[in-house]
Ligand binder design. Structure first.
Ligand code: BES
Ligand code: MN
Ligand code: ZN
Length: 508
């Protein structure tokens, strides 16, 4: 999809759809209408407001009203999309509305549209609409055949600046950043949606290396022998029940000159390409989506793709331990005691608590380089979805400043995130009678004991953990989300890097 900024008068815009986002008040009260709405309604001789009222369109969030333009404006159809109550409006509402528009365009075979940017800070509007259209236009069709395999028809979208505003290089840069971010997110979604037989640890590593080469990032992939040599006993144990070879993937953005020595950011992503549960086998209902158990690594990889464009003045590392969790003859067993990369021993009480084992080893490896901040993203526990529902990711950290920075970035990016307590009183739940730790706690606070387990492997490095088990996949079509991978995490990480880059540049 080609996106451009446009200064054309709305009534002169050519194409299939003329899209106008509207608040509830603009429908209820003619006096509250924007200049854009008034102008287009006038061109339609009042037919737009009349027809919308007749159809009981109230502009609640994401509601859509479409009518033929009757030849009174250049576009074939005029579309109103609801933004809901203006007093409770957040930029994310505009992103979701734009996503809905892209889906409407796909269903009605529209090829081109003009989207009237609402009257609000222009950079935020450009970002939200561009991201919403591109994310909403995504659907995963790689395994469809025939008509269903065809790409959506929408190939051209013009973002119309409010009357009197001329495009600036900053606006153009904002647009290009938003396009890159949405494309990186859609790329991450593809990784997650691809079934596990076509997204093995080896293939995931290949995708990562290909992306890194294209984006200009450092990349290395280590094999089983290297993982053994590094003493990553937990990672190896999880991998040993599968015929697929594990891969340790390391990508890095390395800035030039002095910046190479600046405090680094390290990102870690859970990369279980299929989680059967191992010998603690999952029931089919729980297993059917477990190709998505590498969504944390997909988020990290998508973010790295975008970060290569941001070019922050500090190094950013990405680490992933890719493997399958399978119940093969060589599988690790309940009661086994593993020795971790950090040296701590772990008694296995459930082979389905595999993510924390692999992550524990990867976190201690990443922490050895002493980054300024270490963040992991993981589809770690079903318990996080029980606690928070499917709309919020869970954030765990002992560091209040890190928590604020991540929550602010997530808020700006439109990825709802809620802080969870890393409550040390639950630490006793993962004591083992035999080893230093066991890999599961009590049923209560399951996402917290999982986070406390990870904490054992980061030492003194400032660290945050995002449990995205509830948010990595959408169960329904909603706003810019399709059923399947959401790509969650990419936008938060990139926003966080942008903010850290801006803060460091302002100090120089
Ligand atoms: N990958 C799962 C967590 C998960 C569940 C992700 C649902 C997405 C949707 C993880 O490896 C797992 O199986 N966790 C167990 C932990 C339990 C055995 C302590 C869980 O949540 O049941
Ligand atoms: Mn599991
Ligand atoms: Zn898992």
């Amino acid at each position: 999809m080609q996106l451009t900024l446009s200064t054309a008068a709305l009534s002169e815009a050519e194409g299939d759809l003329l899209v106008m986002p509207v608040f509830e008040a603009e429908i209820a009260d003619a006096g509250a209408r924007s200049q854009a709405f008034l102008a287009v309604d006038a061109a339609l001789q009042g037919a737009l407001s009349d027809a919308a009222a007749q159809e009981n369109f109230t502009a609640k969030a994401e509601a859509i009203f479409a009518m033929h333009a009757l030849g009174r404006v250049r576009s074939r159809r005029v579309l109103l999309v609801g933004l809901g109550d203006s007093s409770r409006f957040e930029v994310e509402g505009l992103r979701m509305a734009a996503g809905r528009v892209a889906k409407f365009a796909a269903k009605t075979n529209a090829r081109s549209l003009t989207f009237a940017l609402p009257d609000m800070p222009i950079d935020a509007a450009i970002r939200a609409v561009a991201e919403g259209l591109l994310l909403g236009g995504y659907s995963f069709r790689a395994y469809k055949t025939g008509k269903a395999a065809q790409s959506p028809t929408l190939t051209e979208a013009h973002l119309a600046l409010p009357h009197g505003l001329a495009p600036t290089p900053e606006m153009e840069a904002t647009l290009q950043d938003a396009i890159a971010l949405a494309e990186a997110t859609n790329w991450a979604r593809d990784l997650v949606n691809t079934p596990s037989h076509d997204m093995t640890p080896t293939i995931l590593a290949e995708r990562a290396v290909d992306m890194a080469r294209e984006a200009g990032l450092f990349a290395e992939v280590l094999d089983r022998a290297d993982i053994e040599q590094r003493g990553m006993g937990m990672f190896l144990a999880v991998a040993q029940g599968s015929v697929q070879a594990p891969k340790l993937i390391h990508l890095a953005w390395k800035p030039e000159g002095e910046a190479l020595n600046a405090p680094a950011l390290s990102l870690v992503g859970k990369a279980i390409t299929f989680d059967s549960g191992g010998l603690s086998l999952k029931p089919s209902e729980g297993m059917v989506w477990m190709k998505t158990d590498m969504a944390g690594s997909a988020a990290v990889l998508g973010a790295m793709k975008a970060i290569a464009r941001v070019k922050p003045p500090f190094p950013v590392h990405a680490w992933m331990g890719a493997c399958e969790n399978m119940p093969g003859g060589a599988a690790y067993k309940l009661g086994d005691v593993l020795t971790s990369h950090a040296g701590k021993t772990v008694e296995i009480h459930n082979t389905d608590a595999e993510g924390r084992l692999v992550l524990g080893d990867i976190l201690s490896l990443a922490a050895a380089d002493k980054p300024a901040l270490l963040i992991d993203l993981a589809t770690l526990t079903g318990a996080i979805a029980v606690a928070l529902g499917l709309f919020n990711s869970g954030l765990f950290t002992d560091d209040d400043e890190v928590a604020s920075a991540i929550l602010e970035a997530a808020g700006e990016a439109g990825e709802s995130t809620w802080r969870m307590p890393l409550d040390a009183r639950l630490r006793g739940d993962i004591d083992s009678p035999v080893a230093d730790l066991k890999n599961v706690g009590d049923r209560y606070g399951g996402s917290i004991t999982a986070a406390l387990f990870l904490k054992e492997f980061v030492g003194k490095t400032p660290w945050a953990h995002l449990d995205i088990a509830g948010t990595a996949r959408s169960k329904s079509e909603r706003g810019y989300l399709d059923i399947g991978a959401s790509g969650t995490g990419v936008r938060t990480l990139v926003e966080l890097v942008r903010r850290r880059a801006a803060a460091m540049r302002s100090v120089d």
